[in-house]
Design a protein around this ligand. Sequence first.
Ligand code: DGP
Length: 114
Amino acid sequence: MADCLFCGIAAGEIPADVVYRDDSVLAFRDIDPKAPVHILIIPRKHVAGVMDLEDEDGAIMGQAMTVARRVAADSGVSESGFRIVVNTGQDAAQSVQHIHLHLLGGRALSWPPG
Ligand code: DGP
């Protein structure tokens, strides 16, 4: 989608530290990490947010979660633990309108989040 930052990253038009890619999903390091491991996992398909998901998107989001498992293992946090977050809408401070999983780990994470 034109003017979408994460579509630009998925297309290779905007640089990012990509840690995993396949035909449907991309994972790259967050530009402003909130933990020693902070990786964003996105579907290549443009979906603005959770409320924009269609029934047919279930497979690709399942693939994104499977990639999260792989990236967690590759990042060395599968034993210590990690958190997967999907910020959705204004109250969750979603700032990029292309659905993404945050994978956060490498330190003890407090709960509940702020
Ligand atoms: P959210 O607030 O949930 O929409 O998270 C968006 C995340 O995207 C935020 O943690 C910072 C990250 N981000 C914003 N711009 C860029 C960028 O140009 N490159 C990368 N790698 N991450 C970005």
